[in-house]
Write a protein that binds this ligand. Structure first.
Ligand SMILES: C[S@@+](CC[C@H](N)C(=O)[O-])C[C@H]1O[C@@H](n2cnc3c(N)ncnc32)[C@H](O)[C@@H]1O
Length: 200
């Protein structure tokens, strides 16, 4: 089963499922989104849990690949009276010109998306030179024992989630420059800031 199809099936119950973790994620989304500026693209918008975390007057375009999640997000945007532009799209083929956005944002997306390096390259394409990518993501631990078990347990949670992603390394391979790699919970939950410096 692919991630979009899996998320179509959980769209209605996603908020209930993630409710226990949402207070933690929400706090850190809010903090990192203070770095956002200009035109913002959020990828993997889900049911729109981040809506409440953006500073007022943020100019946001959001994309999501699952129709089930998008439906719930459309409802939440109306409920919160926010006028984000919401588009059904895949991160692999972003429907935007090169150098379009000042800030990109993702939370808990790189753990679900397949082929993360090519997706991060596509995100870099539409980021302006010197643009920033802000992320709240969970990754594989560098602790050898824990990392080993995260690899072993991964098939139990895929494709809804992958607990063994090496997102910081993938960002570097995709050409992003890491400005912040902050551990939020052990070295598994991270707040990452990366920069698109095209002269790299
Ligand atoms: C774990 S949910 C996180 C949702 C939201 N960002 C949040 O913090 O609650 C991951 C989301 O990423 C979306 N996603 C996965 N692969 C994607 C892709 N290739 N393009 C766009 N969205 C994708 C899924 O459909 C799902 O809604």
């Amino acid at each position: 089963m692919t991630a979009p199809f899996a998320y179509d099936r959980v769209g209605k119950i996603y908020d209930t499922l993630t409710f226990p973790a949402e207070w933690f994620v929400s706090k850190h989304r809010k903090e990192i989104l203070l770095f956002s500026k200009g035109l913002i693209l959020e990828v993997g918008f889900g049911t729109g849990n981040s809506i409440k975390n953006y500073p007022p007057n943020s100019q946001v375009v959001a994309i999501e690949v699952s129709r089930g999640m998008l439906k719930r997000a459309t409802f939440k945007l109306k409920e919160n009276k926010r006028d984000f532009e919401l588009i059904l799209a895949d991160i692999s083929y972003l429907p935007f010109r090169d150098d379009s956005f000042d800030t990109l944002f993702s939370s808990l997306v790189m753990c679900t998306a397949s082929d993360p390096i090519s997706k991060l390259q596509e995100m870099r394409r539409i980021s302006k030179n010197e643009g920033k990518l802000l992320m709240i993501e969970h990754v594989k631990s560098k602790n050898k024992v824990l990392g080993y078990w995260m690899d072993k347990a991964n098939p139990l949670v895929a494709p809804l989630d992958n607990i063994n992603r090496e997102t910081v390394e993938s960002l570097k391979k995709a050409g992003w420059r890491i400005e912040q790699d902050k551990n939020l919970a052990y070295d598994i939950f991270k707040a990452i800031v990366a920069k698109n410096s095209q002269q790299n």
